[in-house]
Design a protein around this ligand. Structure first.
Ligand code: NDP
Ligand code: 8X3
Length: 253
């Protein structure tokens, strides 16, 4: 029986690239996301690698849906070896005094609470299976540093940093590996979402330097997954060569 990997937020960007890399390695895939058409496209693409794919179109913010879809997986899909907690987003970039409450709720509900809901259900399945497992959380350079107007997004990724450490301790007795990957600027739909569809602002983020590609992060995650059984990569910070910190870039504009 092929091992199963779950990737949340596989409809674009990093999640989509990770799902493809896992399929190439022979994992059967459970993929999630809210945009059902993109999820179906992703499923078709992954099936070209001759693996089984289960598409689950839920919003990680809705705990009852997380439980409904992941808590009732059919038998063969419970053989979960890998969970990539990737679904996440930044919404807005405003100083704290002008913060948009709905933006704050979306970031905290997705990046922190959604990740928790998914992990709670999946870690129980891993424990029941008794075969260990590997959970990889998408943190960010924003979970290591704070930058102007990044307040709540940075806080949500600092929470991921802390939760990764907490999960590693709690899941230690069960041989479940817990890792975090913290990228700098990766060119995906991230900035389009952050700037609410303003493509001029979004494209500007990646001008004048070579950003990371989603596949760069997928390759790093595959390195984590392919380590020997006794090795865990706790944390990996990965940046474009032209980016030294959240705010310091070597841009040639
Ligand atoms: P994208 O916007 O390209 O992808 C985000 C994915 O998350 C989509 O598949 C989206 O699916 C999914 N998602 C968002 N909200 C929800 C939700 N409520 N329920 C279910 N799925 C959701 O961005 P990236 O690929 O760049 O981002 C992936 C992760 O990487 C995020 O956690 C992000 O914070 C992190 N990251 C990104 C960096 C970057 O520079 N791009 C740098 C550091 C970290 P759908 O919309 O279909 O639901
Ligand atoms: C995404 C990278 O620097 O825009 O997490 O916060 S950053």
């Amino acid at each position: 029986m092929n091992p199963v990997a779950i990737v949340t937020g596989a409809t674009s960007g990093i999640g989509k690239a990770v799902a493809k890399s896992l399929a190439i390695k022979g994992y059967n895939l459970i993929i999630t996301g809210r945009r059902t058409e993109l999820l179906a496209e992703c499923e078709n693409e992954l099936k070209k690698e001759n693996v089984k794919v289960l598409s689950l179109p839920f919003d990680v913010r809705i705990e009852s849906d997380v439980e409904k879809y992941l808590g009732n997986l059919p038998g063969e899909w419970r053989n979960i070896a890998v969970l990539v907690n990737n679904a996440g987003l930044a919404v807005g970039l405003d100083p704290i005094q002008n913060g948009v409450l709905d933006d704050w709720e979306r970031m905290i509900d997705t990046n922190v609470k959604g990740l928790l809901y998914v992990t709670r259900v999946v870690s129980k399945i891993m424990i029941d299976n008794g075969n260990g497992g590997h959970i990889i959380n998408l943190g960010s350079i924003a979970g290591k540093e704070v930058y102007p107007d990044g307040n709540v997004y940075c806080a949500s990724k600092h929470a991921v940093d802390a939760l990764t450490k907490g999960m590693r301790i709690d899941l230690l007795p069960y041989g479940i590996k817990v890792s975090q990957i913290c990228p700098g600027a990766v060119e995906t739909e991230f900035s389009k979402v952050r700037f609410k569809g303003d493509m001029v602002r979004a494209d500007n983020v990646y001008k004048g330097f070579v950003p990371l590609r989603a596949q760069d992060i997928a390759d790093a995650i595959m390195f984590m997954i392919n380590c020997p059984a006794h090795v865990n990569i706790n944390d990996m910070v990965i940046m474009p060569v032209a980016q030294a910190s959240s705010m310091i870039f070597n841009k040639k504009l």
